[in-house]
Design a binder for this molecule. Structure first.
Ligand code: PLP
Length: 822
């Protein structure tokens, strides 16, 4: 019998006082006794730690209460498994969600310490690459806000996302050491450690009752140690846990080996264990083929499942109720090996039979697909799996046999059966993780309406035929706390003054602003807030890049990972066309624009890095050409991360969401901008489609090929040569960049990139160019009537409430997890 929880039904403690006077005393106390510093010599990092510890105490009471509530009420727990959590800074989020902004500010001011300076000191927790990791972070915050009992499970990378610097316009990657000053948010749980095995062999063992159990004898063991971070919801509604695993040697000293004289060998082996959680793989859409990556995936999956099963047994004493009390969401295929690992735990450790284990497994897991890009669909060589995870591979084979049998019974043809198979037989046998996650889950969801439909007809077409009820859609959302209230206090205040404060608790109330969109005085105030935000961004651009930009210009922004399908190339090529026009027609009245770019390229992704260099090369020429008369400025801000996004987004007039149709699963950057009153120029891709429906087609600028048209062009294998030859502005741009006009130091730098557009225009950069250019001129025309522009901007904010991650999480809770929420 597992140990029963201690019965402790203490009443909820009174909330601690949070007035400035109390906070002042506690911050001083933390500074002295926890940080060990005298205020006279304390630095901002010390004040930051003391402030976080003070705020943290207020979170802990609620954290304990939330945990106790789940035990007491036997509510279902939701576990969100994600290899990435791009959480950014936590302090402002926590202080703001607890409603303590002003009192903390005042308390610190009494020591002559500025809260804003401390906020800027906190390192970004960048344990993710981009949208997928940020979604996981928004979801955690929303799960606390709408009171879903939940845990996030991931990896505590010592080095998260790399820091990006520029050297002569090229990206340089440097390690980011977010833990350098310690991390006051986390609690190390030495007692919550699990052994994770790798390698070895499987032994069938006859049981007393005659049955046979497979026992895995791993050759290697590594400890997974838990680090917990509390996640506070809005108004401290509930505090959930983000549990990140760190790899540590089972025997940190290997004393026998050390004492026998093999000092280096002993230390090396114990150090090797820790390498599993050393780095985040810096690729967001093509799986690194390294064994270490597979080890990471299994390491965090196995640790999380062992923890989940242990907690369930502790409370319920049996496993038959697992799916009634546990929902596990797999964020993409990175944790897909969990399907085989849970089967192993249920059968080999707890003695369940195959049929029951399979039923419980399927009812427990749900899987979210994030991409249709073929190069991003994860597969692992069967040979590698057989060596590293022999028992899990056996189970995957058995699952496969069962599914294929089912397909045969339903009368499917051989070709369809090959498409369903978990094993890809083309070019070396590989296990398809998407297929494994699909068959092992009761729900498979896409992240926007368009993406979900495409999923049914592309990657999972045949599995969809076999299991037609399984695929469903959950359009992404973003948390309005971080992406409106915290990053844009000016707009938040203005909205409150106009429609009252209810929208803070229920973001969909923001629709009430719609009635004020034509009110001239409100438009002016809305524009004044935007202008203030633009002044702040202009100061950042001046400080970091030495480029002077006018806040009166139209701020046109594209910030996101650099990827060919996201088409930063299209944007910068159109900027070159505009540069040509401004010079050719100085007599015309051009709308002054500032083009802002930011984003990181995967370190091995040459074309993406070349596009960063191109943006910087074009910027250098355009920004310094007197003939431009300041009408066009281009700024590439280095080191894009959550904090930089929080500075840039409130200052944007125009949001660039211009991916090749059919390739962006949803996008969430698009939602953050529109919520902050930027107009979108975009393709009918991902969530842009649903944004157009909710904003009204008159409040968004859509251009370009549709997903269906892109597919047709590709199927017919049509070259873009005639397109380029037929468009004078496009040809001029392609020829100028290709001939080295922007790279006089290396005239052939962009030749291949430009030549490639003629025959291999896979991303439709040339084919969409004229439509994009025309859409940009439409934007110019809108900008010319500022009152009309402002009313559109207001309607964007007013109508974006639906794209809140609170709504998304409610849908997950009701339709997939069947978990309680408010
Ligand atoms: C929102 C966000 C993303 C996702 O942006 P997309 O434009 O949807 O690709 C990526 N990185 C950061 C830091 C973000 O905040």
């Amino acid at each position: 019998m597992p140990p029963q929880p201690i019965v402790y039904d203490a009443p909820t403690p009174e909330p601690r006082a949070s007035d400035a006077e109390t906070l002042r005393n506690e911050i001083l106390e933390k500074l002295t006794y926890a940080v060990g510093k005298d205020p006279i010599v304390a630095r901002n990092t010390d004040w930051l730690t003391a402030t976080i510890l003070t705020v943290r105490d207020r979170i802990i009471d609620q954290w304990m209460e939330s945990t106790r509530d789940t035990w007491r009420t036997s509510k279902k727990r939701v576990y969100y498994l994600s290899l990435e959590f791009l959480i950014g800074r936590l302090m402002r989020d926590a202080i703001s969600n607890l409603g303590m902004m002003e009192s903390v500010r005042e308390a610190l001011a009494s020591f002559n310490v500025e809260l804003d300076d401390l906020i800027e000191r906190e390192p970004d927790a960048a344990l993710g690459n981009g949208g997928l990791g940020r979604l996981a972070a928004c979801f955690l915050e929303s799960m606390s806000t709408i009171k879903v009992p939940a845990y996030g499970y991931g990896i505590r990378y010592v080095n998260g996302m790399f820091r990006q610097e520029m050297s002569d316009g090229w990206q340089v990657e440097l390690p980011e050491t977010w833990l350098a000053h310690g991390n006051p948010w986390e609690f190390e749980r030495r007692e919550s450690a699990y052994e994770i095995g790798f390698g070895g062999y499987v032994e069938p063992v006859q049981q007393p009752d005659g049955s046979v159990r497979q026992i895995w004898h791993p050759a290697e063991h590594i400890n997974a140690v838990a680090y917990d971070t509390p996640v506070v919801g809005w108004r401290g509604a509930r505090v959930n846990t983000l549990r990140l695993w760190s790899a540590q040697p089972v025997d940190p000293i290997l004393l026998d080996r050390f004492n026998s004289g093999d000092h280096v060998g002993a230390l090396e082996e114990s150090a090797r264990a820790a390498t599993i959680t050393r780095v985040l793989y810096p690729a967001d859409s093509n799986p690194a083929g390294q064994e270490l990556r597979l080890r990471q995936e299994f390491f965090f999956s196995s640790a999380s499942l062992q923890d989940i099963v242990r907690r369930h047994l502790q409370q319920y004493g049996e496993l038959g109720s697992l799916p009634d009390k546990v929902a596990v969401q797999l964020n993409d295929t990175h944790p897909a090996i969990s399907v085989a690992e849970l089967m192993r735990i249920l059968m080999d450790v707890h003695g369940l039979g195959w049929d029951q284990a399979w039923k419980l497994t399927k009812a427990t897991f749900a899987y979210t697909n994030h991409t249709l890009l073929p190069e991003a669909l994860e597969t692992w060589p069967v040979a590698l799996l057989e060596r590293l995870l022999p028992r899990q591979m056996q189970i995957a084979y058995a699952i496969n046999a069962m599914v294929l049998e089912e397909a045969r019974e339903k009368g499917m043809e051989d070709e369809q059966i090959a498409a369903i198979s978990l094993i890809d037989e083309n070019g070396g046998r590989r296990l398809r993780m998407g297929q494994l996650a699909f068959v092992g889950s009761h729900s498979v969801n896409g992240v926007s309406a368009l993406h979900t439909e495409l999923m049914k007809h592309t990657v999972f077409a045949d599995l969809h035929k076999l299991y037609p009820q399984r695929i469903n859609n959950k359009t992404n959302g973003v948390t309005p706390r971080r992406w409106l209230m915290q990053c844009n206090p000016g707009l938040t205040q203005l909205i409150s003054e106009r429609i009252g404060s209810e929208f803070r608790d229920d973001i969909e109330q923001v629709i009430k602003l719609d009635a004020h969109a034509e009110d001239k005085s409100f438009q002016d105030r809305f524009a004044a807030v935007k202008r203030q935000n633009k002044e702040r961004l202009a100061a950042v651009i001046r400080e970091r890049l030495g480029i002077a930009v006018s806040p009166d210009a139209l701020f046109d922004v594209q910030i996101k990972r650099i990827h060919e399908y996201k088409r930063q190339l299209l944007n910068i090529m159109e900027a070159v066309a505009q540069y040509n026009m401004i010079r050719a027609h100085p007599e015309k009245r051009w709308v002054p624009r500032v083009k802002v770019f930011a984003g990181k390229a995967a370190s091995s992704y040459w074309n993406a890095k070349l596009v960063i260099k191109l943006i910087n090369d074009v910027a250098k020429v355009v920004n310094n050409d007197p003939a431009v008369r300041g009408l066009l400025k281009i700024a590439f801000l280095p080191n894009y991360n959550v904090s930089l996004a929080e500075t840039i987004i409130p200052a944007a007039d125009l949001s660039e969401q211009i991916s090749t149709a059919g390739m962006e699963a949803s996008g969430t950057g698009n939602m953050k901008f529109a919520l902050n009153g930027a107009l979108t120029i975009g393709t009918l891709d991902g969530a842009n489609v649903e944004m157009r429906e909710r904003l009204g087609p008159e409040n968004i600028v859509i251009f370009g090929l549709t997903a269906g048209e892109v597919e047709d062009v590709r199927r017919q294998n049509r070259s873009s040569r005639e397109v380029i030859e037929a468009s004078h502005p496009l040809r001029e741009v392609v020829e100028a960049i290709g001939a080295g006009v922007f790279s006089p130091d290396d005239r052939s730098r962009y030749r291949q990139l430009m030549d490639g557009l003629y025959e291999h225009d896979w991303f439709m950069v040339a084919r969409d160019f004229d439509a994009y250019s025309a859409a940009q001129r439409k934007v110019d025309a809108y900008w010319g009537d500022r009152s009309a522009w402002n009313s559109m901007a207001i309607r964007n904010t007013a109508r974006m409430g639906w794209f809140s991650s609170d709504r998304t999480i409610r849908e997950y809770a009701e339709e997939i997890w069947r978990a309680s929420h408010v």
